[in-house]
Design a protein around this ligand. Structure first.
Ligand code: TRP
Length: 444
């Protein structure tokens, strides 16, 4: 099976597909609500620290495990560590994929609903955007219908094949989304009263620091970079032997962080400028939580000429960015069932689709179950997965294999100091830091 595996066609396709997985609702929906909750600038600083210290080294590690094994997340451990218990790390990853999809698809459904509210002109006529969103959140039937449609759409792409489905869409859509965010950011920061929002985003204010700051920021970093469940292992398994792992990980992380911060620059100035009562704005932002994007953005569009076109375009691109992420999530779980249990690709996709829809229905009925899935994955399962992946690469994998992967069999020049630093990070720094933050966050 390993020889027949397809690989991504081009260099740009590699970055685009991995970035397509990373960039999604995590950046544009979850990042702003976590930033509001975490106190603004201080959260962003810790978040960026997490990207640099754990994110990039771990992404390189996942790519490496994938390319060295050319197998799905769980199969990768069978191949690189046969007969050991490491396979549980892979299985944990597959389970995590399910848990994430369980609530992620619900939010994907919201984006579809907002596309139709935009096209029909409904959004342009709304005066109270928070009750518009609350109406939606308290309507399980509507959420279930659109969540199911989105899940089926994802399944369709999974069945239509890796190259066509993932690569092509990501290559065109990511740049377009990026451009649109820049336009929106300019509109947002030129609103009257936007300055407060900029200050909230970029000037650290220690009075908002929460005791779970580090765990929240770390969880968001894992979530946003698609790390800790083997998603990047699956993508790494499609890399060819010339794909530079370190460079690709840096490019993907930089792009992902830019999109998240840009989304913040769109949302916060607008939220500060457009909210009626600036005195309690921070409290309102935190309370707005999961709805922030769906409340503030339509409000911003209504400040722009041609609001209908902007909001339609934005929610379409957002849905497509989300789709490249759900494809990556579903791919991990589908490939696992397909390769490990000798189930056909089609049946495996059907099983996964049914499972996700069941979870999604539960999450649509209960916002506390929704939150449970979110917290369980981002703050527990992904960091635990990341912890074990770093131990696996740092301690279990043969150092020669690690060096060969990093340097593409010595065709890339890295100093020995760099290679040693990488191993040192994965052996000691990443696992200790992840564990410390995890325990501290739980105790807090
Ligand atoms: N990173 C994606 C986002 O930001 C979501 C995602 C896709 C993900 N694959 C993942 C999160 C794997 C964690 C693990 O929207």
């Amino acid at each position: 099976m390993s020889e027949k595996r397809v690989t991504f066609a081009s260099k740009i396709g590699v970055v685009a597909a991995a970035a397509g997985s990373a960039v999604g609702l995590g950046n544009i929906w979850r990042f702003p609500s976590q930033t509001a909750d975490g106190g603004g600038a201080i959260f962003i600083l810790v978040y960026i620290g997490c990207i640099l210290f754990f994110g990039i080294p771990l992404m390189v590690s996942e790519f490496m495990v994938g390319r060295a094994s050319r197998a799905n997340t769980a199969g990768a451990y069978h191949k690189l560590a046969p007969g050991t218990q490491w396979k549980w790390v892979g299985r944990l990853g597959v389970l995590t994929g399910f848990v994430i999809m369980g609530f992620y698809m619900v939010v994907c459904g919201w984006t579809l609903i907002y596309i139709f509210q935009s096209i029909s002109g409904h959004l342009a006529g709304v005066t109270d955007f928070s009750s518009n969103f609350i109406d939606l959140q308290t309507n399980p039937a509507k959420q279930i219908v659109w969540m199911t449609i989105f899940t089926l759409l994802t399944a369709f792409f999974i069945l239509s094949g890796v190259k066509k489905g993932i690569e092509q869409s990501a290559k065109i859509l990511m740049p377009l989304l990026f451009l649109l965010l820049i336009v929106l950011a300019i509109r947002s920061i030129t609103l009257d009263g936007a300055a407060e929002g900029i200050r909230f985003l970029f000037k650290p204010d220690m009075s908002h620091v929460k005791s779970t700051l580090f765990l929240d920021a770390m969880g968001q970093a894992f979530f946003s970079l698609s790390l800790g469940m083997g998603c990047m292992i699956t993508y790494g398994s499609y890399f060819n032997k010339r794909t530079p792992l370190v460079k690709t990980a840096i490019q993907v992380s930089v792009l992902d962080t830019l999109v998240a911060v840009l989304a913040g620059v769109v949302i916060f100035p607008a939220a500060f400028a457009l909210t009626a009562n600036p005195g309690t704005i921070v409290g309102e932002l935190v309370a707005g939580g999961p709805g922030l994007l769906f409340i503030t953005l339509p409000e911003l569009f209504n400040q722009m000429p041609g609001s209908m076109i902007w909001s339609t375009l934005f929610f379409c691109l957002l849905a497509l960015a989300a789709l490249t992420s759900t494809i990556s999530l579903m791919e991990v779980v589908t490939l696992y069932i397909h390769e490990e249990y000798q189930v056909s690709r089609k049946n495996s996709t059907l099983i996964v689709t049914a499972g996700v829809i069941i979870l999604g229905i539960s999450a649509s009925f209960s916002s506390s179950f929704f939150n449970f899935l979110d917290v369980a994955s981002a703050k527990f399962m992904l960091p635990i997965g990341g912890f074990f992946i770093s131990l696996f690469v740092g301690w279990h994998l043969d150092r020669k294999l690690v060096y060969a992967q990093l340097t593409n069999e010595r065709t890339l020049k890295f100093g020995i100091g760099f290679l040693r630093t990488y191993i040192f990070l994965l052996r000691y720094v990443v696992p200790t830091a992840v564990l410390a933050i995890f325990i501290y966050g739980l105790a807090a």
